[in-house]
Design a protein around this ligand. Sequence first.
Ligand code: PMP
Length: 356
Amino acid sequence: MNRNEERWMKNVREVTPYVPGEQPQKSKMIKLNTNENPYPPCPGVRDILDHVNAADFRLYPDPDAKALVQALARYHGVSEESVFVGVGSDDVLSMAFLTFFASDQPVLFPDITYSFYPVWAKVYQIPYRCPKLDENFQIVTEDYCQDEKIGGIVLANPNAPTSRSMPVKEIQKILEAHPEVVVIVDEAYVDFGGETALPLVDQYSNLLVVRTYSKSRSMAGIRIGYAIGNPKLMDCLRGVKESVNSYTMNQLSIPLGVASLEDEDYFQKQVRTIVETREKAKEELTNRGFQVLDSHTNFLFVKHEKKCAEEIFHELRQRDIFVRFFKKERISDYLRITVGTDEEMLTLYRALDEIL
Ligand code: PMP
C-alpha cells in the first residue's frame, strides 16, 4: 500500500467476502458444485420470455412486486402482508440481518452452516457466536435455548453443506425459549424433504421463514427469494429495503416468479425426480467407499474412507466435473455433491471408478 492509499484506507470498511462456488464457462462440463437444479424451469416461464417486449424496459418495475407477492401469498395460504420478496434469498437474508439484528448481543448460528451468515454479520458489524454441531453434524437444540442474552438466531433447515435437517418441534422449542429475538429459518432446500416451519408463523411473531426459487424452482439465474412471517416483521423488512433500494425485483423476474407457482404438477414431478436420483446416488457412492450423510436437500455431503476429499475434488475437476470442497475446520474431509440428472450422475460414478 502506498502512502496515499494508507491515508484513505483508514476510513474504508474492509471485509472478507463470501466466496460462491465457481461458475466455469465451459460448454461441456458437469456442474455439481452450487446446488443448482439440472432441469429447466416450467414451460410457463419459457412462454413469458417468448412474449417479452423490450420497449417495456424503459419503465421502472413495480417497487412492491405486487403480482409476485400476491401469487406467493395465494400459494402458501397467507396474507399478502406476510410476504416479502427479494433478489434471491441472499438478498432477503442480508436485509433480514440488517433489519432484525440491531442488538449488541451475539446472534447465534451453527459453526458449520451457510458460510454467508458470518459474512453478513461482519459487514453489518453484528456480533455473533457459533455453537458447534454435534459429531453427527446435527444442531444441538439446547445450545439455542439457554437462558442468556442473545441478539437473534439463524438456522438453515435443512442445513448446508451438511444436508441434514431438524424436526420443526425442535425449532419450536427455540422459539419458546427466545421470544425476545427474531429467529430466521432459512428453508432454501426444504422442498427436497425437509419439514417446513411455515405453520408456526401464525403462532410466533418472531419467526421469519426464508425461501428461494434457486433450487427446487430451477431459477437461480433469475434471482428470486422471499420471506414469510408476521406482518409487523415484514413492515420492518420493507422499511429497511426501501431505505437501501426501491426496485429490487426487476421487471421480468416478477411475472417469471408468478408463472413458476402456476405449474404445481411440473414442480412436484421435478422435485420427485431429484429426490429419486439422490437416493440412488447415495447407494452408488456408498458402494464406492463413501460415507454419505442422510440428505433432505438436492445435494449429498460425503467423505471417502480412504482417499482425501481435496484430491478427489481436483481429479474430478480435471475431468470437467465440478463438485464443492471446503477447506475448513471439521469438514475438509468432505465433498458436497449436487444431485444432477441421472446421466450426469452416471458420468460422475464412472469418473470416481477411475480415480478411486
Ligand atoms: N441459503 C442457503 C442455505 C444456501 O445454500 C443458499 C445458496 N447458496 C442460499 C441461501 C442463497 O440462495 P439464493 O440467493 O440463490 O436464493
